[in-house]
Design a protein around this ligand. Structure first.
Ligand code: FAD
Length: 428
């Protein structure tokens, strides 16, 4: 059934996951919905997610999922609880997109295709007569006495009783990223928290990572020491310098380091680089083996296999090229026999394995950042409805808000959940 032409329209700015979800939920509630998208087609960034496979959520229980948003967890909780991972999977299943979790954590469509997710949303919207205006960049919002009344595009003004601003972030400009959404929010009177790239590869001052470009370490812990940062692997830290740590795989690149463990700390590194020239990170090359275990291991080797070289010992747990870097770092010749290692050398060696330092001077920028850190100040948005506290009838969803999650489906779940919650609260 066509929506009643006499009811005022809902305008959605941006046809990414947040905007498409908001459009569909509003249309299901009987609203007349029109979506403005500056690109010629919807969900262009969605198509690129998870290497085209779309890791749209994960298997964490809702409370654990929410906790991974750290300081923003209170803000994201109402949206994630309104549409949690299980309900999102069910929602897609009802649209014909079944999902699975081959590794027990990441959740992907069984089709293995982001396109199937995008197309299912689009088709469902079209069935409910959602109108799409592609190549429809929104240039401003119309606001009258504190109420949103419409939007302005290059083709003129469009009246709207409600607007959902779901214009995404600044990352990947070739996939629709940019600052135009933030500009619209600023014009409406909102504060934009400083923007910087997150989930982004890091650039190192040292040249040795480039020599290892392409080498992956399946499990390391990456941490950074920053004054004023407030967490150690989820736990509050005592006064002084504190650390942020992420565990997972690491990839050496021509410029420095990447991979999930690096991406997960990259947002904090990126913020720190806004006020400093360099940030130190430490890599624990074998996080599951404690310092004491290493000491005992080397003692045993000293007694039982003293003739073995330290290089061969290290190369049994690390790629040989990296083992050489570690030995160079502690100034131990590669041919040194384990029995000949001095106590001081073995102490230094263990410290290098557990805390290999790297100096980060930059990120690879918005062009390579999966998400944007910063955005619309959360203090100016009601978390239960996602309506602006400044302009009645103006709602926000997705990455345009000052919310960014780690790798692993957190950001898409946030986009879908926030689009869902905003749409549920649009009705007059
Ligand atoms: C390469 C890559 C891989 C990723 N992989 C994953 C993954 O596997 N899992 C995960 O959870 N997250 C992933 N992400 C992050 C995820 O894509 C984002 O979190 C998500 O797309 C944000 O959704 P959104 O709807 O808020 O914004 P977007 O998807 O950016 O959509 C916003 C839309 O608004 C449009 N727009 C902007 N300004 C205007 C305007 N003025 N007028 C009209 N339209 C406008 C844009 O063109 C865009 O289409 C990945 C990101 C990238 C770049």
């Amino acid at each position: 059934m066509n929506p009643n032409p006499n009811i005022p329209r809902v305008a959605i700015v941006g046809a990414g996951p947040a905007g498409l979800m908001a459009a569909l939920i509003a249309a299901r509630a009987g609203e007349r919905v029109v979506v403005f998208e500056k690109l010629p087609e919807p969900g262009v960034r969605l198509l690129a997610t998870g290497g085209g496979h779309c890791n749209f959520t994960n298997t964490l229980a809702t409370d654990d999922f929410v906790r991974r948003f750290d300081a923003k967890r209170r803000f994201v909780a109402p949206a994630i609880k309104a549409l949690n991972a299980n309900r999102l999977r069910l929602f897609f299943e009802e649209l014909g997109v079944a999902s699975h979790s081959p590794d027990g954590f990441h959740v992907l469509p069984v089709s293995d295709s982001a396109r199937s997710v995008r197309d299912a949303l689009l088709q469902a919207c079209r069935k409910l007569h959602v109108e799409f205006r592609f190549n429809g960049r929104v240039a401003n919002l119309q606001i009258d006495r504190g109420h949103v009344t419409g939007i302005l595009t290059s083709h003129g003004t469009e009246p709207a009783a409600r607007v959902v601003l779901a214009a995404g972030g600044a990352s990947y400009p070739n996939l629709g990223g940019g600052e135009s959404g933030f500009r619209l929010a600023r014009l409406a009177g909102h504060t934009i928290m400083p923007l910087c790239p997150a989930l982004v590869p890091l650039v190192a001052r040292e040249t040795w990572p480039a020599a290892l470009a392409g080498v992956t370490l399946p499990r390391v812990a990456v941490s950074l020491a920053c004054q004023g940062e407030a967490r150690v692997a989820g736990a509050a830290h005592a006064a002084g310098a504190t650390h942020t740590t992420a565990t997972g795989s690491l990839l050496f690149t021509h410029q420095g380091i990447s991979g999930p463990a690096v991406l997960d700390v990259s947002g904090r590194v990126s913020s720190a680089l806004m006020t400093r020239k360099a940030v130190s990170v430490m890599i624990d090359l074998v996080p599951d083996r404690m310092i004491e275990t290493w000491q005992a291991h080397i003692e045993r080797l000293r007694k039982e296999h003293g003739a073995k070289t330290v290089l061969s010992v290290l190369a049994s747990i690390l790629p040989a090229a990296l083992a050489k870097v570690v030995l160079e770092h502690v100034d131990v010749p590669v041919a040194t026999g384990v029995a000949r290692l001095s106590r001081e050398q073995s102490r230094k060696l263990i410290m290098a394995i557990k805390h290999l330092p790297l100096t980060i001077t930059a990120t690879e920028g918005f062009g390579k950042a999966m998400v944007t850190k910063g955005g619309i100040d959360l203090a100016e948005v009601c978390p239960r409805t996602l309506e602006s506290k400044r302009v009645r009838g103006l709602f926000f969803a997705g990455e345009i808000l000052d919310v960014d999650g780690p790798c692993g489906g957190f950001n898409l779940q946030w986009a879908f959940s926030s689009g869902f919650l905003a749409a549920q609260n649009l009705m007059v």
